[in-house]
Design a binder for this molecule. Structure first.
Ligand code: KIV
Ligand code: NA
Length: 278
């Protein structure tokens, strides 16, 4: 897959066909992504924490929880490249700790690459993982794992200094060996500029149309997530509406006795039944 990814990313880049990335947290979603040939990368994002496990932020997600969900997605995923987020705390203590945790994600979580948030301060870890053969997707701009330090979920790189830092970080991460880079919540002009400066593909979320690809959270694009809708989210389906109607129809049918009907029930052979009653 790796050779495929490389040649594909070059070919698609030349033709300027954007790369499609979507998040997944379970087996059925992995299957759905694999059945669509236009899905290039499946990301087991640590947005898992909020949209699937009900945590208030990604910082509470553990490595074990990420492994558990990655394995489930992996069972359903065939052709798309499978990437998992390194959870908060799993790559911050030391390089060797980061390597052993990334190996767990590959061996136990069955993913092919890992993603991590950060800039110049994590290049040693990116370099080390790359050198042992674990491909790293970088993540710059808005870093949700640092929402407290960033004073909330805000657009990044809007000032000259902020934009300069983002560009420096992106170049340092590429130099350290990152094979691609998520660019989150960044002004579109800056995302375009960074994309043109880099040779590796950028994957935008809230970064405008000029990145090499786009990523959205499954629950955002499917319209299952009832919470806050960010400016950059487009709901491509209304699964929440369909789901609520389905649940309403089921509970009403049970309550009014119309479910199950005769064709939905098993019957006994009449002779056997009469013998039983004797
Ligand atoms: O956790 C996540 O889903 C992500 C993507 C939105 C890039 O990091
Ligand atoms: Na994430």
């Amino acid at each position: 897959w790796w050779v495929l990814f490389q040649s594909w990313s070059c070919a698609e880049r030349a033709k300027k066909i954007p790369i499609t990335v979507v998040t997944a947290y379970d087996y059925p979603t992995g299957l759905a992504c694999s059945m669509n040939p236009q899905v290039d990368v499946v990301l087991v994002g640590d947005s898992l924490a909020q949209v699937c496990l009900g945590y208030p932020s990604t910082t509470e997600l553990t490595l074990q929880e990420m492994i558990h969900h990655s394995r489930a997605v992996a069972r359903g995923t065939s052709h798309p490249l499978l990437v998992a987020d390194m959870p908060f705390g799993s790559y911050h203590i030391s390089t060797s700790d980061a390597v052993s945790n990334a190996i767990k994600l590959v061996q136990d979580g069955r993913v092919e690459a890992v993603k991590m948030e950060g800039g110049a301060e994590i290049v040693d870890i990116v370099r080390k993982l790359t050198s042992v053969g674990i491909p790293v997707m970088a993540h710059v701009g808005l870093l949700p794992q640092r929402y407290i330090a960033l004073s909330g979920y805000r657009v990044q790189g809007r000032t000259v200094e902020g934009a300069q830092k983002l560009l420096r970080d992106a170049l340092a991460l590429q130099e350290a060996g990152a094979f691609s880079m998520v660019v989150e919540a960044v002004p579109q002009e800056l995302a375009k500029y960074i994309t043109e400066k880099l040779s590796i593909p950028t994957i935008g979320i809230g970064a405008g149309p000029s990145t090499s690809g786009q990523v959205l959270v499954w629950d955002d694009l499917m319209g299952t997530w009832p919470g806050h809708k960010a400016k950059f989210v487009r709901r491509f389906a209304d699964l929440k509406g369909a789901r609520d109607i389905g649940l309403q129809n089921y509970t009403s049918a049970v309550k009014n006795g119309s479910f199950p009907n005769d064709s939905e029930s098993y019957s006994m052979d009449e002779a056997e039944w009469n013998k039983f009653l004797e």
